[in-house]
Design a protein around this ligand. Structure first.
Ligand code: SF4
Length: 201
């Protein structure tokens, strides 16, 4: 994929874009840009791999549903994220033409990424970039979702077979809603942080 074309497309669609070679540089950038804020995370393996919760928590109030233990209230934490000053999440796929796609089970990640904050960061490794919006939807459904279903130990055909989406009717299905970000939402600052390494699914 051509990252410079991707960056240009995202800027045309209203996003601020930053691009880093390493996870460490990207995490340090978000850390510098976010101080003394209420920060909410949208469930993201990418953010986990960046250890961003620990980094930002030293000088922000950070809520992350993925930090919840069995005794914590996941939904209460997820609701808190929806009214944070800053929301940080990833995407399942991102096209060279500047569109992004997310699939969600509970909806907290998609909801938080669209409205209610001063700023939203979308953080994505280069493995998420594909040529077109059609490819991005295909990737989200057939690569990201099955891998996440397997990671979350869901009893779904995609997790068992690991090859593609079966559009299942399983009670464990994780694909209940899909957001296509055609361009930046109105009245909120949105920045895409691209990282030149593989992160998340
Ligand atoms: S719809 Fe079902 S089979 Fe398809 S990716 Fe989602 S959980 Fe897997």
């Amino acid at each position: 994929m051509d990252i410079q074309i991707t960056i240009g497309s995202l800027r045309t669609k209203g996003y601020a874009v930053s691009n880093f070679d390493t996870v460490e540089h990207a995490a340090a950038y978000i850390d510098r840009a976010t101080d003394n804020k209420r920060v909410g995370f949208g469930d993201s393996l990418t953010l986990q791999q960046m250890v961003l919760y620990r980094i930002l928590s030293t000088h922000n109030e950070v809520s992350d549903p993925q930090q919840c233990t069995e005794t914590d209230d996941f939904l209460a934490t997820a609701r808190k994220c929806l009214s944070s000053d800053v929301f940080v999440t990833s995407v399942n796929a991102l096209s060279e033409t500047g569109e992004m796609v997310n699939i969600d089970a509970t909806g907290n990640r998609i909801a938080g990424s669209l409205f209610g904050h001063e700023k939203v960061f979308f953080v994505a490794g280069v493995n998420k970039v594909v040529p077109t919006l059609e490819d991005a939807i295909w990737r989200a459904r057939n690569i990201a979702a099955p891998r996440n279903a397997k990671r979350l130990q869901r009893r779904t055909p995609c997790a068992v077979r690991g090859d593609r989406c079966y559009d299942c009717s399983s009670p464990d299905r994780i694909c209940n809603g899909m957001a296509v970000y055609f361009r930046k939402m109105d009245d909120v600052e949105m920045e895409v942080v691209l990282i030149g390494t593989e992160l998340g699914y």
